[in-house]
Ligand binder design. Structure first.
Ligand SMILES: *Cc1c(COP(=O)(O)O)cnc(C)c1O
Length: 365
């Protein structure tokens, strides 16, 4: 049976360099070649995140990186602000609550773009942290993180700003230090086109000074000590680290072109959907948001009148493609289709044709 092609916003089609690397023999993690690869990946990611600080690699999915950042930078009882406008921003609130922080949630309709001034209006003298989601994969929104952090820090310069850049890193411009972020989190199975299994936690200078030992496995202070020497505190997913080095080596030198290509591919999905009358999910004040607020990570559309998600997904599967549905309150109301993974130009054309054929089958020409 031919396997299906993933048009899902994570996990994604693997980069050919990753597949090649992953077919190699097992390397022991406490050896010089392993340490070299570990340090090279930390260095490459430092440049990708745009920070003069440190990037730590954790053997976990992206959520593990989020939890490690929350526990390493905050203490129970700290007041933090979390705008909630989708599945992943909601996850920040849940992780912070589970860590005993006092969470002030700003509840927004899912799919709304953040309004920096409205967020800043909720920042107080006692607000110690602000958690943002750059690319809200559940709704396809790209949030104005730099503007929001600037407005929030204008009210309270002492707060720590932390962002989920899981589906903006390698897909949209990310420059952590320049965006005013103190920490940011990403993972391997999204824009880096690797299998799931690695989380990346980037810490700026302020976050490094504030880091405290917390937890056992997801303990960033302990990891920092080991990782400065090129080793994880435990057995890292070294095979993924080796594959990450291979992909970074080809991706970083052409990152700007890569980002432009990803944005272009995503805009083609939106153009096609809109030609068939589909309504995009990203919204600003209830109306479709301008294209700069659409995440290049995924296109997201409301399901057309009278079409069930199951039927739409089935029509894609019959053509060899898997798409994704909605989550939380958007379950059964939207679908998501993504070129986040690796697609050669002819594969992009094939997938676009399949999307057109599905829309024609369900909606008529
Ligand atoms: C995928 C994703 C995560 C992490 O999810 P995991 O399943 O834990 O890897 C976090 N935030 C966003 C925006 C994501 O898309």
């Amino acid at each position: 049976m031919r396997r299906e092609v993933l048009l899902t916003p994570g996990p994604v089609e693997l980069h050919p360099r990753a597949r090649l690397s992953l077919s190699g023999p097992q390397l022991h993690h406490r050896t010089e070649p392993a340490r070299e690869a570990f340090l090279a990946v930390r260095e490459g990611l430092r440049s990708a995140f745009g920070t003069a600080g440190e990037v730590l690699l954790l053997t976990a999915s992206g959520t593990g990186g989020m939890e490690a950042a929350v526990r390493g930078l905050f203490s129970p009882g700290d007041r933090v602000l979390v705008p909630v406008s989708g599945k992943f921003s909601e996850r920040w609130a849940e992780i912070a609550e589970a860590a005993g922080l006092l969470v002030d949630r700003i509840e927004l309709p899912w799919g709304e773009v953040l309004d920096p001034e409205a967020v800043a209006a909720r920042v107080g003298d006692g607000t110690r942290g602000l958690f943002l989601t750059h690319s809200e994969t559940s709704t396809g929104v790209l949030n104005p993180v730099a503007e929001t952090v600037r407005a929030a820090k204008a009210k309270n310069p002492d707060l720590f700003a932390v962002a989920d850049v899981v589906t903006s890193l390698f897909l949209a411009p990310v420059a952590m230090d320049a965006m005013g972020l103190d920490a940011a989190v990403a993972g391997s199975q999204k824009g880096l086109m690797l299998p799931p299994g690695l989380a990346f936690v980037a810490l700026g200078e302020r976050a490094l000074s504030a880091l405290r030992p917390a937890g056992y496995y997801l303990n960033l202070a302990r990891e920092l000590e080991s990782q400065q020497k090129g080793e994880g505190a435990y057995t890292p997913a070294i095979n993924l680290v080796l594959a990450a080095r291979e992909v970074l080596a080809v991706l970083l030198p052409v990152l700007d072109e890569h980002l432009a290509e990803k944005r272009g591919q995503n805009e083609r999905l939106y153009a096609l959907g809109e030609r068939y009358g589909l309504r995009p999910v990203p919204a600003q004040g209830g109306s479709p948001a301008p294209p700069e607020f659409r995440s290049p990570a995924t296109a997201a559309f409301y399901l057309p009148e009278g079409v069930a998600y199951r039927d739409l997904a089935g029509a894609f599967l019959r053509r060899g493609y898997r798409i994704a549905g909605g989550q939380g309150p958007l379950k059964g109301r939207i679908f998501r289709i993504s070129f986040m993974g690796y697609f050669a130009p002819e594969e992009v054309e094939r997938a676009i044709s399949a999307f057109a054929a599905v829309l024609e089958e369900l909606l008529g020409p």
